[in-house]
Write a new protein. Structure first.
Length: 324
């Protein structure tokens, strides 16, 4: 793949409505960029459900408890009013049909302004990614749901095209996609994000493959190492030589031995296709209380194997809230 001239890229479509669950401004709470101030766009739709998270036996759907299914979605008008569920996917509101009425619909230009508004405060009156007080640049994170579903790839390009055409220098230093790694990149997406003339921020892939013994998602559907070859390629072309890796593999685990045995097998699958990104291990549990049940054990087991350890730092700082 070679970068193509800017004038041959798809036309600007900043004014096409984008469907998304929420935007917010927080720190990155997981993995390599933990602690970095970031704006977030959470897209709607996902190809996985991960109903096994937090269950006594993630591989036995007959015994699943899924609180989101019993929640009265019509009783609220915004996703920030939702609780954080301790079983099943913690962001089911970004893909379950019952929450479709809570989704927002705005143009890329409007979303860009919304993100600037989130960053605006007494220390940053213009809502700039380059903070006037610290001199540090905030990041942009696309999450979900699954932010590499085809509709989300198109939406991300709309937002990035908006930054390119009318940002007046106000754009993030890095864009992270928090993905499960199951989706192929479209040619349009690859052409844009690998083109330095279009893609001003650098790229980082936070790939969180879903293990069968933890999420309940069958390996055939959830583990697609070959897709990351293209992810790595476009990041290498855009980022050039840098000490920062193009991405990370981030796994959610508990203390059960079968989960670690599966981890060993899956990591080897990614290594076999040339993905040498660092591996981060995060304890299962969407809430502070859930993580505290196993976080020390999981950290000890990860450390013994030489893996980096991550927690959901934002939950420890702000508790069990949506939008932090």
């Amino acid at each position: 793949m070679t970068a193509i001239p800017v004038h041959e890229l798809p036309p600007k479509d900043h004014n096409m409505p984008i469907t998304y669950s929420e935007t917010f401004y927080s720190i990155q709470g997981e993995g390599y960029f933990t602690g970095v101030p970031s704006t977030w766009v959470r897209f709607f739709l996902c190809n996985l459900q991960c109903s096994g998270f937090g269950q006594d036996d993630p591989t036995d759907p007959s015994n699943y408890e899924l609180p989101y299914k019993d929640f009265d979605a019509d009783s609220i008008s915004d996703v920030t009013e939702l609780p954080v569920w301790d079983k099943g996917c913690d962001s089911s509101y970004s893909w379950a049909k019952k929450f479709r009425h809570l989704q927002k619909h705005k143009t890329a230009d409007d979303i860009k302004q919304e993100l600037a508004n989130h960053m605006t405060n007494e220390f940053n009156p213009q809502g700039s990614y380059l903070h006037p007080k610290s001199g540090e640049q905030a990041h942009l994170v696309f999450t979900g749901g699954e932010p590499l579903m085809r509709n989300a790839q198109r939406s991300a390009l709309q937002i990035l095209q908006s930054y390119r055409s009318s940002s007046n220098g106000n754009y993030p230093s890095y864009v992270t996609w928090e993905t499960n790694g199951t989706q192929k990149l479209t040619p349009e997406f690859m052409e844009f994000v690998s083109n330095k003339g279009c893609m001003r921020p650098k790229i980082f892939w936070s790939c969180s493959p879903k293990l069968w013994t933890v999420s309940g998602e069958p390996r055939k559907r959830a583990i697609k190492p070959e897709n990351l070859i293209d992810y790595n390629l476009v990041a290498s072309r855009r980022n050039g030589n840098t000490d920062i890796p193009n991405g990370q593999l981030k796994f959610v685990l508990g203390p059960k031995q079968e989960q670690w045995d599966e981890l060993d097998e899956v990591v080897e699958m990614y290594r076999d296709v040339g993905i040498d990104w660092p591996v981060w291990i995060m304890p299962v549990g969407a809430t502070v209380e859930g993580q505290e049940l196993c976080d020390g054990d999981v950290a000890t087991m990860a450390q013994a194997r030489g893996y980096s350890v991550s927690a959901r730092v934002h939950t420890y700082l702000w508790g069990n809230l949506i939008g932090v």
